[in-house]
Design a protein around this ligand. Structure first.
Ligand code: BGC
Ligand code: BGC
Length: 813
């Protein structure tokens, strides 16, 4: 009832607003009913009979255990054995022994331990099923082939290659004994401020529709063949059902206000083809639909998914997402189970959740019929995957074949994907393709930086904290350029800051977003907002010396980069290409005779913004006014000249994301104040009055005072740091501390170590403040420097950002 009522109210609103997409009008007539889908995986009477037999023998406790999925970081195989849970997962930061770079052999050994735990014990035993986020290759594992993130794959428009990518991913998972992939993401991202935009193939439901079945067939094998869930394949998951890519403002885990018809035709477009291709799992979304958390939404999880579409696999929850349903906690949520969730993802909450769910079945709050139904679906998937007839993971075909991780033919598939996903946006005077025999300068902090070219969900959840050394089977973009140029007798030099001694013929500058995942990547604006403007200065410096500049832009989404495009002769959107940096050189360079070696093929799967305040921006909008429309992408034969673009930022556009003090300004309503024996005045650093000079004569502090305490709890989970730039003019006489909320950390040692008169950056992990007792949900001040004695310090940029730093270094007294 609630949903229909809300839906009607919002339809009225939507009618008044400009239509977001075409093709939704005719849909409203049927109230958004979804089509019944005929899965190519037929119901097998023999399997159903086997399930009947199992259900008859299982105890209530065994059944409840099947519907719960703990995380390997929070349960031992011994604990697991006691319950015989239905599944385990390895979350983005969960690794054997807690070591992100644990060798593949340790993953396989752990798979054996959990398998043994599930199979050995008194009475009936049910085999474990292990899930992981192999969302761009089996990228949690050192040495695996890492494919471009989905946004780049979307630009290829090549479903056959998508199928191959699924096959390779499945095979590499099999090497480590893992059965179940939480992929593909079928989100149709409509607001690129969303931190998961890169996990989406496209803003256009057509691309997602065309890819969904192909990826699932690649992962699971073709239905009705012996390949299906055979020894070279894994179980796939269509996620996150439904509407994850359409939350208001692009807020991760936020609220999707679409009508029922938009939900089906835009956000749900990938599900019917996924289910037709036989996908065996669907993951419920963290987000809301018109105010209601999907995890508690019976109309969607049961009404749409089961009754209308006819899905007969299992519905798994997201990471403690059931705990966000009204009236639920991480350890108790009958609402979610009754709404149609079959398996709770309960990483660290499994113990309490098991006890409570068991009690709820006993009390009748959860019916026995609902429990049996959920267990039936889980067992059906396990039987289809032949897990009941399996041996230990390490004894299965391909297990332990570590040579298959990053095998040459796998990497060739990824390299082809890189070539096909690059999108050429500008090519002034036909600068590209380059002559491989030239003198090439390769610059930018992304040039020799595999973590940056791979993005989030790579070794670690956020994709941070790793270096090139953690990627034995990968090549940086620089590595590929050097190989190509040297093979042709040219000369390539790497120089991150762009300095050189021998004048180059051309410079390739690789720069862009640093890795992030999920909500940590949410942004307030789509302006490219690096910590400083050093990328732009680098491009301009090279240009000013008369050197033609090719920009290779790494990003998880289109961003407003008009100044950077203006400062480049050629501009390539490379998205997040993964392990095969060599694919970039394959396209940028011609054959030695000057003929085209590989033309650009990529076409934007997301609209590119003309203005920084232009979001959402999607093909089909009325007043659609992108800089580069959906589908754009130059070829070498095209005229790639571009007139200078406007560099105006809208007035009041505010500071970039995470900036507390920058360009001399603070967020609206905030101030930088001095208290005690300290005075503050404006000074110039890069621009007029963009910095402050603080002079302490005795004890006192300077502090950034927000109007109200700020909530940094999300930032605190994401390995972010408090970062500021300072210049010491007179070293501190006594103790100095850096404060965030209630925690103050000593930094006098850091400041005394800084050379007088030079600008420096101080990076303090948020984790340090949390350890020192700061609460992060209501912080004030978010930044203060407190000195007991005299000191003079200039201050320029204060921000919360991800920065390469030792997460355990918490300041020096
Ligand atoms: C993400 C899912 C992922 C799960 C397990 C969640 O936070 O939303 O996409 O599958 O974690 O890592
Ligand atoms: C896990 C991820 C998960 C996230 C959810 C992380 O600690 O590693 O897999 O998606 O938490 O917030």
């Amino acid at each position: 009832m609630r949903r229909l009522f809300l839906g009607a109210a919002l339809c009225a609103l939507a009618a008044a607003a400009p239509a977001q997409t075409a093709g939704t009008e005719e849909a409203s007539a049927d109230g958004g009913r979804w089509p019944a889908v005929h899965s190519r995986v037929a119901r097998d009477p023999a399997i159903e009979a086997r399930i009947d037999g199992l259900l008859a023998r299982m105890s209530l406790e065994q059944k409840v255990a099947q519907v719960i999925q703990p995380d390997i970081a929070s349960i031992t195989p011994e604990q697991y054995a006691r319950y015989n849970f239905g599944s385990i997962l390895a979350g983005g930061n969960s690794d054997p022994g807690g070591v992100p770079t644990a060798p593949a052999a340790e993953w396989l050994a752990l798979a054996d331990r959990f398998w043994d735990a599930s199979m050995h014990g008194p009475g009936l035993r049910i085999p474990v099923m292990w899930g992981i986020d192999a969302v761009h290759g089996h990228a949690n594992i050192v040495g695996a082939t890492i494919f471009p993130q989905n946004i780049g794959l979307g630009a290829m428009r090549d479903p056959d290659l998508i199928r191959r990518i699924g096959e390779v991913t499945a095979l590499e998972m099999r090497v480590t004994g893992i059965d179940w992939d939480f992929s593909p993401t079928l989100a149709v991202a409509r607001d690129d401020r969303w931190g998961r935009s890169y996990e989406s193939f496209s803003e256009n439901p057509e691309v997602v529709r065309a890819y969904a079945g192909a990826m699932i067939e690649g992962l699971q094998g073709r239905p009705a063949t012996p390949d299906f869930l055979g020894p070279a394949h894994v179980i796939a998951t269509a996620k996150h059902f439904v509407g994850d890519g359409g939350t208001d403002g692009g807020h991760d885990q936020g609220d999707n206000l679409s009508s029922d018809a938009e939900l089906r035709d835009i956000h749900g477009a990938g599900y019917p083809p996924a289910i037709e291709a036989g996908v065996q799992a669907v993951m419920a979304s963290f987000s809301r639909v018109r105010g209601e958390k999907v995890h508690g939404d019976r109309d969607l999880l049961t009404g749409v998914l089961r009754d209308q579409i006819g899905f007969d696999g299992l519905v798994v929850g997201d990471w403690n997402a059931h705990g966000q349903v009204d009236g639920c906690s991480n350890t108790s949520c009958p609402q979610s189970f009754n709404a149609g969730l079959d398996m709770f993802m309960a990483p660290d909450s499994w113990e309490g959740l098991y006890d409570n769910t068991l009690a709820q079945v006993r009390s009748g709050e959860i019916s026995m019929a609902r429990l049996d139904e959920a267990v039936r679906r889980i067992l059906r998937v396990k039987l289809r995957a032949r897990l009941f007839d399996e041996v230990r993971p390490s004894q299965r075909p391909f297990a332990g074949r570590f040579d298959l991780l990053g095998a040459p033919d796998h990497r060739a598939v990824a390299r082809q994907a890189v070539r096909e996903s690059l999108v050429l946006l500008k090519n002034q005077n036909h600068l590209l393709p380059l002559r491989p025999g030239a003198r090439v300068l390769v610059a930018g902090d992304g040039a020799d930086n595999i973590p940056k070219q791979a993005g989030g969900w790579t070794i670690t959840w956020q994709g941070t904290g790793t270096t090139n050394a953690d990627f034995p089977n990968a090549q940086s973009i620089w590595g590929g350029i050097r190989e190509t140029v040297e093979a042709a007798g040219g000369h390539a030099t790497l120089s991150a800051d762009g300095s050189f001694t021998d004048r180059p013929d051309v410079a390739i500058v690789v720069f862009g977003e640093n890795p992030y995942a999920e909500f940590v990547g949410d942004r307030r604006s789509i302006e490219y907002s690096p910590a400083d403007d050093s990328d732009l200065q680098l491009l301009r410096r090279l240009r000013a010396q008369g050197i033609p500049v090719v920009s290779v832009f790494l990003s998880g989404r289109p961003l407003w980069v008009n100044p950077e495009i203006n400062a480049s002769d050629a501009f390539v959107a490379a998205f997040l290409p993964g392990s095969e940096g060599g694919g970039v050189a394959d396209v940028l360079f011609a054959n030695p005779d000057g003929s085209v070696r590989n033309d650009f093929r990529g076409r934007l799967s997301f609209s590119w913004p003309r203005r920084p305040d232009q979001m959402p921006l999607n093909v089909g909008d009325s007043n659609y006014d992108p800089l580069f429309p959906y589908g754009y992408g130059l070829r070498y034969a095209d005229n790639g000249d571009l007139a200078p673009l406007s560099e105006d930022r809208p007035a009041g556009g505010g500071l970039p994301e995470g900036v507390l003090f920058g360009r001399g300004a603070l967020p609206p309503g905030w101030r930088l104040a001095s208290e005690g024996e300290v005075s503050l005045r404006n000074i110039d650093r890069r621009a007029q009055e963009d910095s402050r000079l603080a002079t302490w004569r005795g004890a006192g502090r300077i502090a950034i005072l927000p109007g109200q305490p700020v909530d940094l709890s999300r930032e605190a989970t994401g390995e972010l740091s408090l970062v500021f730039e300072y210049r010491i003019d007179a070293a501190p006489a006594g103790p100095v501390s850096l404060r965030l909320g209630s925690a103050a950390l000593p930094i006098a040692g850091d400041l005394r170590g800084a050379p007088v008169g030079q600008w420096r950056t101080l990076i303090m992990p948020l984790r340090c403040f949390a350890r020192a007792g700061a609460t992060t949900d209501a912080v004030s001040p978010p930044f203060a420097i407190e000195s007991d004695g005299a000191m003079t310090m200039a201050l320029s940029d204060v921000r919360i950002a991800s920065a390469a730093v030792d997460q355990d270094h918490c300041g020096r007294p």
